[in-house]
Design a protein around this ligand. Structure first.
Ligand code: SD4
Length: 329
């Protein structure tokens, strides 16, 4: 491309890029801080994050403290300790974290460490890298003082043994089964907060899809898919079938839609529509994805492909749960 042509293109896109930024002004700052999370079951996590936010802590510390709650909860079978294993009976964790300054860290397919989000944060803060996988992530965690633990609880082992009787992996099955499974067993935590300084951060943590192939990584630890933060615009996070979220760069797509003036809810819907137009309605109807988003003004929204997805919020008005609108019923 010659220089003149390049300058012409830049000239054409610049006003569009700048325009929405100016409309995300200082308005509504008295409503800060705010924390939002995927799933109403993550209310406890929100409360932990809120504790940090209300004492003027950073959004980064808030989301980190927040996601550590389900990570440590053995009853939560989709995050951290007690997470459902892969098809070989091994629990592998995925997590990522992103702050207001564009700093990022992630671990993927990590075994034996409860707080994957803490290791992701260390990757962000202590290494020149942004992602560590498998054995390397574990080695890094152990070198930094994390303790090796058995993450497979008796309950999750029992569930895996039961699954082995048929050993069918099919995350895209009937809507009823999907809803049951996703709602009960798959409540990956995606959390976004905006602090009193009006800075945004996010974190996402999961044990991934139950009975996945060993080594499979979903959307949750992938910046741009399971989580994205742009401190000038807003942030988004995802839950559901990770392969489909990765396909559309879900969270980044949402943040870009907000950049161009969409509300958080509209932006979440637009990203889901992208999957529908790419793969067709009959395909998308058999997949669940839930998105949450929060913009710089403190507006939030959510949307899912199928019903029953929820978002939990805490702000200066107290706690709230929103039942997400869905593309399909
Ligand atoms: C994954 N997105 O690994 C995660 C799973 C999930 O609700 O969110 N389940 O694909």
């Amino acid at each position: 491309m010659n220089r003149r042509k390049f300058v012409k293109i830049i000239g054409a896109v610049t006003p569009a890029l700048v325009m929405p930024l100016t409309s995300f002004g200082e308005g509504g700052s008295s409503n800060f801080p705010i924390v939002i999370t995927t799933w109403d079951q993550n209310k406890k996590a929100n409360q932990a994050a809120w504790k940090v936010l209300k004492s003027n802590g950073s959004a980064l510390d808030a989301v980190h403290q927040g996601v550590m709650v389900p990570e440590a909860d053995p009853k939560d079978q989709s995050v951290g300790f007690g997470g459902l294993p892969d098809r070989d009976g091994i629990v592998t964790l995925d997590a990522c974290i992103m702050d207001h300054a564009g700093n990022i860290g992630a671990v993927m397919g990590m075994e034996n460490i409860i707080h994957a989000s803490s290791v992701a944060r260390l990757v962000m803060e202590k290494t020149p890298h942004v992602q560590l996988v498998g054995d390397g992530a574990l080695q890094f965690a152990l070198e930094n003082g994390f303790k090796k633990e058995n993450l497979l609880t008796e309950n999750s082992k029992k569930a895996w043994k039961k699954w082995l009787e048929t050993a069918k992996y099919n995350p895209m099955t009937t809507i009823e089964e999907l809803e049951k499974r996703i709602h009960k067993n798959h409540d990956t935590i995606g959390m976004i907060a905006i602090d009193q300084q009006q800075n945004l951060s996010g974190a996402c943590s999961t044990s991934g899809m139950a009975y996945k192939l060993h080594g499979r990584v979903g959307d949750s630890p992938i910046i741009g898919a399971g989580l994205y933060v742009d401190n000038e615009i807003g942030a988004a996070s995802a839950t559901g079938v990770g392969e489909e979220v990765v396909r559309i760069c879900g969270s980044h797509t949402i943040v870009e839609a907000m950049r161009y003036g969409k509300s958080p809810e509209e932006a979440c819907k637009l990203a889901l529509m992208r999957l529908v137009s790419m793969k067709g309605e009959s395909y998308a109807k058999n997949v669940q994805i839930g998105f949450i988003a929060l913009n710089k003004k403190g507006e939030y929204g959510c949307y899912s492909l199928l019903p029953n997805f929820t978002m939990a919020i805490v702000d200066t008005n107290g706690e709230k749960v929103i039942h997400a609108p869905s593309l399909f019923s």
